[in-house]
Design a binder for this molecule. Structure first.
Ligand code: PEP
Ligand code: MN
Length: 338
């Protein structure tokens, strides 16, 4: 942490700042310039609230130089993390495609879509059985029946399963049927839930919160990691901004930023990011080009009658074309498509 003093700070104020830093366990390195004094506070205190210093008389600015998270950081682990789900590597050289409907709706629906996305080369099937809907009157998912259908459809076509778990009470049940547990954007800061997921034995995909900064997102990942589960996958799914032309604003820059700050694999969900079918494809391409380890895309064979998110779901043929493009983009940046 670097503390920059006001040009007119008195020696008494500077001594007071030094005293408070010492009280909080920091070593202090002072450098006195012509205009200002700058204090370097040395000590690993990731949890330290820098406002304790910012409020002191004579202080102009406090600059944090170490990240507040540890286990999620690149400094802690230099190599990118790679997890295996069956024979699929997450975070390896090959980018991974996840696809499927927003919600599991029926046996016919999930088997039809699973067959189509498997044919396009997908390895992991998505589909919500427990749905976080804005309205309590909207379709809430089939629950346990949905989990069973999703598992059966995936097994039929040799796919792995990712699905959302919304609450602590559902973790054991979802773990029984899924290979990856998804934490929805709305739950990213549900810290008690995140700690419970730390005890789960399956990888957790942590979606970025609707208004979460990258640091808040990585702190949420830190909750899961520090509670014992080392297999966290991040997923950029768009954030809320002043822009209304798309459902959310896809933060493509978050991908290289996260890659630099963290060793955790990062995926992109262009479907929830833009929310409109014809814009999903270019954003999916951009995500892979920017370095995402994979994409998660909503696909439906009859989107006009989907019970949720039909307008943002790709037709299977469109998705098939996207897969071919993703392969080319991956190869152009020295990767492959799993
Ligand atoms: C989903 O992927 O089904 C979903 C609800 O996404 P998010 O939590 O990102 O809104
Ligand atoms: Mn959806």
């Amino acid at each position: 942490m670097v503390v920059v003093l006001e040009p007119e700070a008195t020696e008494e104020q500077i001594q007071n700042v030094i005293r408070v830093l010492h009280e909080h366990g920091f070593d202090v390195h002072r450098s006195t310039g012509v205009q200002r004094t700058v204090l370097g506070a040395i000590g690993v205190r990731p949890e330290f609230d820098h406002r304790h210093i910012a409020v002191l008389p004579g202080v102009a600015e406090v600059i944090r130089i170490t990240d507040p998270y540890k286990l999620a950081s690149r400094a802690f682990k230099r190599e990118g993390s790679v997890y295996t789900v069956g024979d699929i590597e997450i975070g390896g050289k090959a980018v991974v495609a996840i696809a499927g409907p927003c919600s599991v709706e029926s046996e016919e629906q999930i088997f039809t879509i699973a067959e189509r996305v498997a044919r396009s080369g997908v390895k992991i099937l998505r589909g919500g059985a427990y749905k976080p809907r804005t309205s309590p009157y909207s379709f809430q998912g089939l629950g346990i029946e949905g989990l069973k259908l999703l598992r059966r459809a995936a097994d039929e076509f040799g796919l792995k399963v990712i699905t959302e778990v919304m609450d602590r009470s559902q973790i054991a049940e979802v773990e029984e049927y899924a290979d990856i547990l998804q934490v929805g954007a709305r739950n990213m800061q549900n810290y008690i839930f995140l700690k419970e997921l730390g005890k789960a034995s399956k990888p957790v995909m942590l979606k970025r919160g609707l208004s979460a900064t990258i640091d808040e997102w990585l702190m949420a990942a830190e909750y899961i990691l520090s509670s014992g589960n080392q297999q966290v996958i991040l997923c950029e799914r768009g954030i809320r901004t002043f822009e209304t032309a798309t459902r959310n604003t896809f933060d493509v820059g978050a991908i290289p930023v996260v890659k630099k700050k963290s060793h955790l694999p990062i995926f992109a969900d262009p479907s929830h990011a833009v929310g409109i079918r014809d814009k999903v494809i270019p954003v999916a391409r951009a995500a892979i080009a920017a370095g995402a380890d994979g994409i998660m895309v909503e696909v439906h064979h009859d989107p006009d009658h989907a019970l949720s998110d039909g307008p943002q779901s790709l037709y299977p043929d469109q998705f098939d074309t996207l897969m071919k493009e993703i392969r080319l983009i991956a190869e152009a940046i020295g990767r492959t498509l799993a």
